[in-house]
Design a protein around this ligand. Structure first.
Ligand code: NVA
Length: 302
C-alpha cells in the first residue's frame, strides 16, 4: 500500500469504498492506539482551523503526539530548502501532515523522507476534505449511484479532489465555473476515464442554473483561495453569477442539500444564512473531517 496520501488518485475505487466503512468504525470508537509513542509533525504554510484541529484531535485519540510548525517557524524554501527541512524531520518524526502552496513541495517531502506524508491541502488537491465529504454524503443518502452532485464555483483544489473521488465512488459529477477557472484538464480527464468504468457522468456546464437542474447536492468553495488574494478583484467579478443563493437553489431538486468545505465568505460564493440553514451539511462535513482523518491515520499507521 502507498505509505503516503497526496491525492485521491493514490487509492483505487475499492480502497475508497472500503474506507467509508473504516471511517464508520472509527467514528463508533473502534480503533487501536496505533500512534502510541509516535510523533507527527504538522507543517502548515497556510492558515487552518478545521484541518489543524481535526488532525491534532485525531492524532491524540490514536495515542500520538503532534508538533505544529507554521511557516514563521521554519520558513519552507526561504529559511532553508524544502529538501533540508524534509531530511531533518525524517530523523525525528514518524509522519508529516503538510499544508503547502505548491504540490511539488509534498512530492519533495516524499522523496526525502521515509515516513508517511499526508496532503492537508495543496494548490492541486485537498484530498482529506473530499474523504470527509463523501462520508457525509453516504451518511445522508446511503448510496452514491444515481446521485447528482453539482459543484459551482472555482475549479480549484477542492473541485479537483471531488471530481476524482466522485468518479471512483460512482456519483454523477457536474461542475459549473467560468471557462478560465476549470479543473486542470489532466485531472478532469483522469476523472472522466475512471467514471467511464464506474458508469457515472462527469460534466462541465458553464451556466450555473443549467448545471444545478436535478442536483441532489450543491457544493461550493471560496472564490479567492489562500494565496490568491492579489486576484481578489478580478475573481469577485468573474464569479459574480456563481453564487449559491435562494434563486439558484430553487432550480435544483426540491430536497437539495448544500455543502461547503469552509471557511465561507458569506455574500460572495454563498448567500448569507445558507450555511446555517436546515439544508446545509457544512457542520456535518466539518465533524466528519475528524472521523475520516482519524481513519486515514489508522490506515496508514496500522
Ligand atoms: N480552496 C480553498 C480551500 C480552503 C479549505 C483554499 O485553497 O484556500
Amino acid at each position: 500500500m502507498n505509505k503516503n496520501f497526496l491525492s485521491i488518485d493514490d487509492w483505487d475505487n475499492k480502497t475508497h469504498k472500503e474506507f467509508l466503512y473504516l471511517t464508520n468504525e472509527i467514528k463508533e470508537g473502534k480503533y487501536n492506539k496505533v500512534l502510541s509513542n509516535k510523533n507527527i509533525s504538522l507543517v502548515f504554510e497556510k492558515a487552518s482551523l478545521r484541518t489543524r484541529v481535526s488532525f491534532e484531535v485525531g492524532i491524540k485519540k490514536l495515542g500520538g503526539n503532534t508538533i505544529y510548525l507554521n511557516n514563521d517557524d521554519i520558513g519552507l524554501g526561504k529559511r532553508e530548502s524544502v529538501t533540508h527541512i524534509a531530511k531533518n524531520l525524517n530523523r525525528w518524526v514518524d509522519g508529516i501532515v503538510a499544508r503547502v502552496y505548491l504540490h511539488s513541495t509534498l512530492i519533495n517531502f516524499t522523496q526525502n523522507t521515509d515516513v508517511p506524508v499526508i496532503n492537508a491541502l495543496s494548490d492541486l488537491e485537498h484530498p482529506c476534505q473530499a474523504l470527509a465529504d463523501m462520508y457525509t454524503i453516504y451518511n445522508q443518502f446511503s448510496k452514491f449511484q444515481d446521485l447528482n452532485f453539482v459543484y459551482v464555483g472555482d475549479g480549484n483544489n477542492i473541485a479537483a479532489s471531488l471530481s476524482l473521488i466522485a468518479s471512483k465512488l460512482g456519483l454523477n459529477f457536474t461542475y459549473s465555473s467560468p471557462k478560465k477557472y476549470q479543473i486542470p484538464t489532466a485531472i478532469f480527464n483522469k476523472a472522466k476515464d475512471i467514471a467511464s468504468i464506474s458508469e457515472s457522468q462527469m460534466n462541465w456546464i458553464e451556466n450555473p442554473e443549467n448545471a444545478v437542474k436535478n442536483a441532489d447536492v450543491i457544493y461550493t468553495d471560496k472564490w479567492v483561495s489562500m494565496g490568491m488574494e492579489n486576484e481578489e478583484k478580478i475573481r469577485l467579478s468573474d464569479f459574480k453569477d456563481y453564487q449559491i443563493n435562494k434563486k439558484l437553489i430553487s432550480k435544483a431538486n426540491k430536497e437539495v442539500l448544500i455543502m461547503h468545505d469552509m471557511p465561507a465568505k458569506e455574500g460572495e460564493e454563498i448567500e448569507f444564512g445558507v450555511i446555517d440553514s436546515d439544508i446545509s451539511l457544512a457542520y456535518e462535513q466539518a465533524e466528519n473531517r475528524l472521523h475520516s482523518q482519524t481513519a486515514l491515520l489508522h490506515k496508514l499507521f496500522s
